[in-house]
Design a protein around this ligand. Sequence first.
Ligand code: SF4
Length: 251
Amino acid sequence: MSVEKQILTLIEQLRRNRFNAVLAESAQDAKDKILAAIPVQASVGVANSVTVRQIGILEALKDRGNTLIDPIAIGYGLVEFDEETHNKTLRDSINADVFLSGTNAVTEDGKLVNIDGLGNRVVGIIWGLGQSIVIVGRNKIVKDVDAAINRIKNIVTPTFAKRRQLALPCAKAGTCVDCQIAERACNITVILERKPALQKLTVVLVDEDLGLGWDTEWSDERIDDIRYKYEQFDRPYSSGFRRYHKEHAGH
Ligand code: SF4
C-alpha cells in the first residue's frame, strides 16, 4: 500500500473509532490546524514529545498569548529544577484546558499505543472532560498492537535511553531485556481502542516523518533522516531532574 493510501485509510479507521481525525499535509499545516483548534485564552499542557516540539506549535502558542504548562522544560533544565515546581507543573499540565502530545504508535486499524514510565502523558491524553490533541507523523503507523509494542520496546525505548544516557539495560543491549530495575521506562501500556467517552480527542495525522520510530526494513536514508530530525529537538535531562528521578523511582 502506498504511504498516501495508508494515511487516507487510517484517517477513516480513526474516525470509525470515534476519534476526531484530521489530515495535515506537512508540519506547518499541522501547526496551523492546531492553532485554529485551540482558543487563545486556553491553557495548554504539554507531554514530553519531540513531535510536538518539531512542528513549532509551542512557540506559536506562546507568542499569541496561550499559557503553556510544560513539565519537560523543567526536566530539560530550561528552567532551574526544583521538586515542588516540577510536581505542580506535572499536575497542572494534565488538568489544562488542552493537552498536547505525540504517540508512540498508531495501528493501521486506528488504535493509539503508548508505553510510559511515569504516566502523565497517557493520563493527559485520556482524561477526562477536556480536549487533547495527539500529533502523529506518518512514520508512527504500524500494522497492529503487537507490532507497536515490539517497536516501542525494541527500537524506540533503547534509542531514547541510549541518547539520554539513561541507566537502562536496553540502552546497552539495543533491545528490550524486560528489565526489573526501579527506573524501568516501561511501566504502563495504554491502548486506546476507541475515543475515551467524555474527552474530545483529536488525532492530527501528518504526512511527514516526525518523532522517534521506524521499521528496520526502511531505507538507511529515511531512518537516518528521522534520527537526525529527532536529535535537533531532543535534549538531555538536567542533572537535577535525573537525581530526582533516581531518588523517587520505585518508591
Ligand atoms: S522493559 Fe526495560 S529493558 Fe525493556 S525496553 Fe523497557 S526499559 Fe528497556
